[in-house]
Design a protein around this ligand. Structure first.
Ligand code: UDX
Length: 439
């Protein structure tokens, strides 16, 4: 089995590398020649635990190859996965130009049967568009009878645990419209899905919808819990207890019930927006998802509100230490990171911000330059500060030496946006402590 993966972003690179780890010959293709050269030299463009050694190992074994030219390998592979970006348009809908460009390239060079699988998150109907574009190009070349298939195989991996997620999926969703395509996907995923019990075959529009619905559901859980957390504060309940209480109901389950200072990342914000826009285009209003977005926007400002309340709105000239910048731990990804919104609000209010993140400092510098001060470590960030704001729950923030910090800060105040500390413990050693929906 030989495959090509177009796009060496998060999804494409992880998918290609994991398939090659299972002994499949993989060509990873990207238009960015610098990225391809870097990958050949073992330089990985993203931070993802375990990925670099897996890339290098499989590249050395020649199971994993990198190039910029899809047409050169196209007729040597059985499957092409399209994992190119679908950046949001101005109105929030997914921009399909890269996806359709891949389809056009395929149609221009194809000479034999191939299965074209879309892995990017794309609106319902995209696989049909891909099919149309390939067919148009084949028609132009007088190859109208050449048989090919399209399929949809959305990816559910999470940044930071991408390899484990790919290797041990809860399920693999595949939208197909022919037995031939189904057989190819069965063979390809066999190593990951013992006895195929995790394969879910659907029609193509449903597979495309499943990805959006899954992300929208998870985002909804988070916004729902953030709403509940805010209410808990008002009525004197503790959201941590509420979470444990409701999560023990099997119908609800324990995961993705953690309140915080908002969700970010490359998927939830984009996919929620795109689904709202898809519905709007068809004359339907996604009322729940609009509320999910609104709650998330509010929540990204909640640490600022708490700080402002503490200082009675008088924030000018105050200094804060901001711990954690990436949208979640174990990644340097700053896309839609709540920290960026918080930083903007703090700067607007005249606050001096000193930030620290174990991995995402460089990414942050690229975005906001020297608007903030960059600390050497988490302690350095707290020097003379009027508050510590915890935004991302990296492990190294979990058990810092509070006695050291107490001597560094001006005001021993911690505002915890991810509920990782025990408020009573901190209060015992002289800190004031606030978190989300609890004391
Ligand atoms: C998500 C989906 O989980 C994944 O299946 C999909 O393929 C891509 O989008 P990812 O964006 O990598 O993955 O991160 P995830 O771990 O899902 O977290 C997303 C955001 O939600 C983070 O900002 C995180 O802090 C927040 N979150 C998550 C919460 O606020 N509370 C929770 O209980 C869980």
């Amino acid at each position: 089995m030989k495959i090509a993966i177009v796009g060496t972003g998060y999804v494409g690179l992880v998918t290609g590398t994991c398939f090659s780890e299972m002994g499949i010959d993989v060509h990873c293709i990207d238009v960015d020649s610098q990225k391809i050269e870097d990958l050949k030299n073992g330089i990985i463009p993203i931070y993802e635990p375990g990925l670099d050694e897996m890339v290098i190992r499989n590249y050395k074994a020649a199971r994993l190859q990198f190039s910029t030219d899809l047409s050169a390998v196209l007729n040597d592979v059985d499957v092409v996965f399209s994992a190119v970006g679908t950046p949001p348009d101005e109105d929030g809908s997914a921009d399909l130009k890269y996806v359709l460009e891949v389809a056009r390239t395929i149609g221009k060079s194809l000479t034999k049967y191939i299965l074209v699988v879309t892995k990017s998150t794309v609106p319902v109907g995209t696989a049909q568009l891909v099919k149309q574009v390939i067919q148009e190009e084949l028609d132009k070349r007088g190859l109208s009878d050449l048989v090919f298939d399209v399929a949809s195989n959305p990816e559910f991996l999470k940044e930071g645990t991408a390899i484990v997620d790919f290797m041990h999926p809860d399920r693999v969703v595949v939208g197909v419209e022919s037995d031939r395509a189904k057989n190819v996907m069965d063979r390809l995923y066999k190593p990951f899905t013992m006895n195929n019990y995790r394969m879910i075959y659907t029609d193509i529009p449903s597979a495309e919808m499943i990805k959006y619905a899954a992300n929208a559901m998870l985002a909804t859980r988070i916004s729902f819990m953030n709403d509940i957390a805010n209410l808990c504060e008002i009525v004197g309940a503790d959201v941590n207890m509420v979470r444990a209480g409701i999560g023990s109901d099997n119908r609800i389950g324990k995961k993705f019930l953690y309140p915080g200072c908002g969700y970010g990342g490359s998927c939830f914000p984009k996919d929620v927006k795109a689904l709202i826009q898809t519905a709007k285009d068809k004359g339907y209003e996604m009322q729940v998802l609009k509320a999910v977005e609104a709650v998330n926007e509010y929540q990204k400002g909640i640490l600022f509100e708490k700080l402002s309340e503490y200082y009675n709105g008088d924030l000018k000239g105050k200094k804060v230490a901001l711990w954690g910048l990436s949208f979640k731990p174990k990644t340097d990804d700053m896309r839609e990171a709540p920290s960026l919104v918080l930083i903007e609000k703090l700067l607007e209010a005249g606050v001096k911000v000193k930030v620290y993140d174990p991995i995402a400092m460089e990414e942050t510098k690229k975005r906001i330059g020297d608007k903030v001060e960059y600390a050497k470590d988490l302690y350095d960030a707290t020097l003379e500060c009027d508050a510590i704001l915890l935004v991302t729950e990296w492990n190294e923030f979990r058990l810092p030496s509070w006695s050291v910090i107490k001597k560094l800060v001006k005001t021993p105040l911690v505002i915890d946006g991810r509920n990782i500390y025990n408020g009573n413990d901190l209060r015992m050693i002289g800190f004031e402590y606030y978190c989300i929906g609890s004391k």
